[in-house]
Write a protein that binds this ligand. Structure first.
Ligand SMILES: [Zn+2]
Length: 215
């Protein structure tokens, strides 16, 4: 039986890339690899961090607090970030060199001003779904391959949720970049993902796995 595979592109947006307000180191380096591997998948979905300007993860909305301080939102610890990925701004747009014409759907996350959403599937309190899980089920997807930004935040939480939802999950390491606030954060994220059965692979492994080539 043919196993249906989806490629999930997490938050490959201007504000997370070079020159953006919350730039992930070397984020731009993944764009070429992400474009090259798209031909191996029938279903390609992408997320955009998509915040209202009054979003509670923005340090500017917490007078007296500093960048990267932690507050509590809906009982969940929340790191305070710079203003980023505000809806309908250039910073929230996909990286200009990212190939977008094969996207079958785009899901927005972080739209509730009161809570953040690191995962592509749910907000951080697991209260509201983005719709991605239902979509993948409708498409009869069994395997989810994840690329994007950042390895130690949104990629990790997306992978953990995808595994919990019952998908076989792969994270393509060389098509992700992490923030690495603290040395070892990326390695720790990979360990957490592996612990729930996520496989960490490289983009070249896709060729070895006997994927059909683009027609
Ligand atoms: Zn955000």
């Amino acid at each position: 039986m043919l196993i249906k595979k989806a490629l999930l592109l997490v938050d490959i947006q201007n504000d997370f890339c070079t020159g953006g307000s919350l730039a992930v180191p070397c984020a731009d380096e993944i764009v070429t690899a992400v474009n090259q591997i798209q031909c191996h998948f029938d279903c390609i979905v992408a997320t955009q961090d998509w915040h209202p300007a009054n979003h509670a993860s923005f340090v500017t909305n917490h007078p007296g607090y500093n960048l990267n301080d932690t507050v509590v939102l809906e009982s969940i610890p929340q790191i305070l970030w710079p203003v980023h990925c505000v809806q309908n701004t250039v910073g929230a747009e996909f990286h200009p060199l990212l190939e977008k014409k094969h996207f079958s759907a785009v899901f927005h996350k972080g739209i509730d001003p009161l809570i953040d959403s690191y995962s592509a599937f749910f907000d951080n309190a697991h209260q509201r779904s983005t719709g991605l899980a239902d979509y993948l089920h409708q498409q009869e997807i069994q395997e989810v391959y994840i690329v994007g930004l950042a390895t130690d935040y949104c990629v990790k939480y997306s992978a953990l949720d995808a595994a919990q939802l019952g998908f076989k999950v792969y994270v393509i390491e060389d098509a992700c970049r992490g923030i690495e606030f603290n040395p070892g954060d990326i390695a720790k994220a990979c360990e957490e993902m592996r612990a729930v059965g996520v496989e960490i692979i490289q983009s070249r492994d896709l060729m070895r796995r006997g994927f059909p080539l683009a027609s």
